[in-house]
Design a protein around this ligand. Structure first.
Ligand SMILES: Cc1cc2nc3c(=O)[nH]c(=O)nc-3n(C[C@H](O)[C@H](O)[C@H](O)COP(=O)(O)OP(=O)(O)OC[C@H]3O[C@@H](n4cnc5c(N)ncnc54)[C@H](O)[C@@H]3O)c2cc1C
Length: 290
């Protein structure tokens, strides 16, 4: 399918890109890896007047750790992050989720910033960002601002990024000792978007859970934290009974969507099974690292 007629700009710096966004506002779309945007253009589901291609902005790629945070440039390719030993060591939940995104060909073009700016509620990285309380660094005409993950995802494919802002970096907290993680999902085929996904992290201290994080993909128009289950888990010792009760609390008041891939009730049952599975796996790996 042919793309619609669209003007094309290829800035070489963040400042140039922000200047173009300020000039064109809602009429512009940022082009990163193109793995979501190009199909949207081809299907005429997006009709920008101008594409601002940020692939030539070198300062947007890279991975660095400082002050307890792992900072990942927005244009860092998903496969580069997947192969990064620094990320595997410092943010293992992110490392576990990356190989589940689509297929290798998609991850070789798709970017960390593109996935998180696109904000597909069934995608893996938004759930990881929400579970870990990542921070989003955006740059606009009046400088940078930092948006916490809890305020980034506003609705289906919608974030709190303003039209004149570029997502430049995403920061994930470096994982504490004694933490175990698990990313679980159910998809129809390997590489498909998840019907339901779950990012889970448990920290153990002297055998008891001192921090618990659970964030679902695919259950709402944004990634969702299971706050009630997290509260239940903290202070307790891991056990099958505790994880059963956490699964009940995590799914008792959710209202999942129904579509061709599954009913709301099916999604609720899958979500409960993923909570039990993820907590078991996270507790086992936390025990090994304590
Ligand atoms: C067949 C197929 C299967 C896939 N399966 C999965 C999957 O299982 N899980 C999954 O998570 N994803 C999946 N994807 C999507 C993939 O992860 C994309 O790479 C990702 O969603 C978008 O990243 P991108 O860099 O390609 O962004 P683009 O497609 O270039 O952009 C996506 C959106 O984000 C905006 N944007 C991009 N970068 C910035 C920025 N720095 N600042 C502001 N706005 C920006 C764009 O304007 C656009 O609106 C799949 C894609 C395909 C084609």
């Amino acid at each position: 399918m042919k793309l619609p007629q669209v003007d094309y700009e290829a800035p070489q710096t963040v400042a140039e890109a922000v200047g173009l966004l300020a000039e064109h506002q809602d009429e512009a779309s940022v082009l990163a890896g193109g793995q979501s945007l190009i199909p949207l253009l081809a299907l005429r589901l997006a009709r920008p007047a101008v594409l601002i291609d940020i692939n030539g902005i070198d300062e947007l790629s890279g991975v660095s750790a400082a002050d307890g945070w792992m900072a990942i440039g927005a244009m860092t390719r998903e496969y580069v992050a997947e192969e990064s030993e620094a990320i595997a060591g410092a943010v293992p939940l992110l490392a576990a989720a990356l190989p589940l995104i689509g297929h290798e060909a998609i991850r070789s073009r798709g970017t960390i910033g593109g996935s998180l700016a696109h904000a597909d509620p069934a995608a893996e990285l938004p759930a990881v960002a929400r579970a870990l309380d990542a921070e989003f660094v955006v740059c606009g005409p009046s400088g940078e601002r930092i948006v916490p993950a809890a305020q980034w995802f506003e609705g289906y494919l919608t974030t709190s990024r303003r039209p004149d802002e570029l997502l430049v970096e995403v920061r994930f907290p470096i994982t504490k000792p004694g933490t175990g993680i698990s990313f679980q999902e159910v998809a129809r085929r390997h590489g498909d978007f998840a019907i339901v996904g779950l990012a889970a992290s448990l920290t153990l201290s002297e055998g008891a859970i001192s921090d618990a994080r659970l964030a679902f993909a695919g259950l709402s128009d944004v990634p969702v934290r299971a706050g009630e289950a997290e509260i239940l888990l903290v202070g307790q010792r891991p056990s099958a009974e505790l994880f059963d009760e956490a699964a009940r609390r995590a799914t008792s008041d959710i209202d999942p969507p129904a579509d061709l891939h599954g009913s709301a009730d099916y999604r609720r049952k899958v979500a409960a099974a993923l909570v039990r599975r993820a907590l078991r796996a996270a507790a086992d790996s936390a025990g090994e690292r304590e």
